[in-house]
Design a protein around this ligand. Structure first.
Ligand code: IPM
Ligand code: MG
Length: 396
């Protein structure tokens, strides 16, 4: 993998429509369960509206994955659907899971689809950017002055560690029960994710924080050794190492200090949920899971909001679609090679928030402040964003 294959594409790399005709992208759409279908429809509308104005189209191939696939086929994802994901330019996902399929002892579970996609498509890097929109600082439990400089990116290793290690399920009689989860990492697995973090940092504030538990874990000592070796190749990027417990504290105390955080699978799972609190609502945050496979347009990946399926609010037109819409922007940037148009989606979201549109999760508790705002549902927020998308000729 060359560094240029992993670096976020620069604006000037935006692909012109290929082959003379308008660009067309093949995307597998996975609405999934709970609010997944609500938010995915919103994201698709924004992409289609942008396509109409800027001369590209998306062929959406919708498939059942997650709890709905367990109901329909008896498995969380069928092999042919995984093949369809592999053959696409990108995968756009809502959310999977729900109380109906929640039994952790069940033989088939919705999350199995996530692991099959992450492992099967070799999407070793999960990118979770966290920024705080100035108009939403009031919605965060942290004091507003701590949030002013927050612009961090969690780069989570996604196909190794405890999630993919060998497991020995519990056995034995009460009092002698025993279970084992193995945490394996190879130097090459560490190297590729750390290298991606450095490449991304170069286009940001040039600061990588590598998070481990090197005072306890052998895999963390390997991680730290490899991160230091890779860091030596990037003298222009500052590297520091932090233990995961101290990093968790620092994310709450001084979140503005972080730029790129790179860490192993489970630590990244936990720290990215913690960091998401900064943005005021879980509903705001996008994610991309990418590997090193390059398509005709960009890098293959899965794009999804970081929130779950929220079954209690499913189908009620109240879920916040912004995390999904910003995931669509990441899809344009990474998988379509359309950096110019990705920025237009992000600007439209920002403008809708500045103009006071709020889904219920974003409404401040202070009724005086809330009275100045415009309450909207999933569709209303999507309308506001579509109305603020730049037209043809406005692409940056
Ligand atoms: C995530 C989720 C998943 C994970 C769960 C649903 C298995 O928490 O994508 O962060 O732990 O990776
Ligand atoms: Mg998680």
């Amino acid at each position: 993998m060359t560094p240029s294959a992993v670096a976020e594409p620069a604006a000037e790399d935006a692909l012109a429509p290929s082959g003379g005709g308008p660009a067309r992208y093949e995307v597998v759409a996975i609405p999934g369960d709970g609010v997944g279908p609500d938010v995915l429809a919103a994201g698709r509308r924004v992409v289609d509206a942008l396509g109409e104005r800027h001369g590209f189209s998306v062929a959406w191939h919708e498939i059942l994955v997650g709890g709905c696939a367990i109901d329909a086929y008896g498995v969380a994802i069928r092999p042919e659907d995984l093949d369809a994901c592999r053959a696409s330019d990108a995968v756009f996902l809502g959310a999977v899971g729900g109380p109906k399929w929640d039994d952790p002892n069940a033989a088939v579970r919705p999350e199995q689809a996530l692991f099959a996609m992450r492992g099967g498509l070799e999407l070793f890097a999960n990118l979770r950017p966290v920024t705080v929109h100035p108009a939403l600082a009031v919605s965060s439990p942290l004091k507003a002055h701590l949030l002013e400089d927050v612009d961090l990116l969690v780069v989570r290793e996604l196909t190794g560690g405890l999630y993919f290690g060998r497991r020995t399920e519990m056995s034995g009689a009460p009092g002698t029960r025993h279970a084992v989860d193995e945490l394996p990492y190879s130097d090459l697995e560490v190297e590729r994710i750390v290298r991606l973090a450095f490449e991304l940092a170069r286009a940001r504030r040039r600061h990588v924080t590598s998070v481990d538990k090197a005072n306890v874990l052998a895999t963390s000592r390997l991680w730290r050794t490899v991160a230091t070796e890779v860091g030596a190749e990037y003298p222009d990027v500052a590297l520091d190492h932090r233990l995961v417990d101290a990093a968790a504290m620092q994310i709450a105390r001084r979140p503005g200090d972080f730029d790129v955080i790179v860490t192993e699978n489970l630590f990244g799972d936990i720290l990215s949920d913690e960091a998401s609190v900064l943005a005021g609502s879980l509903g705001m945050l996008p994610s991309a899971s990418v590997g090193s496979r390059v398509t005709a347009h960009g890098i293959h990946g899965i794009y999804e909001p970081i929130h779950g399926s929220a079954p209690d609010i499913a189908g009620k037109d109240i879920a916040n679609p912004i995390g999904t819409i910003l995931s669509a922007a990441m899809m344009l940037r990474w998988s379509f090679g359309r950096v110019d148009l990705a920025g237009m989606i992000e600007d439209a979201v920002s403008d809708a928030l500045f103009d006071g549109f709020r889904t219920p999760d974003l409404m401040p508790i202070d009724v005086g402040v809330a009275a100045e705002l415009t309450p909207v549902g999933t569709r209303g927020m999507t309308d506001a964003i579509v109305a603020r998308l730049g037209g043809a000729g406005e692409a940056a």
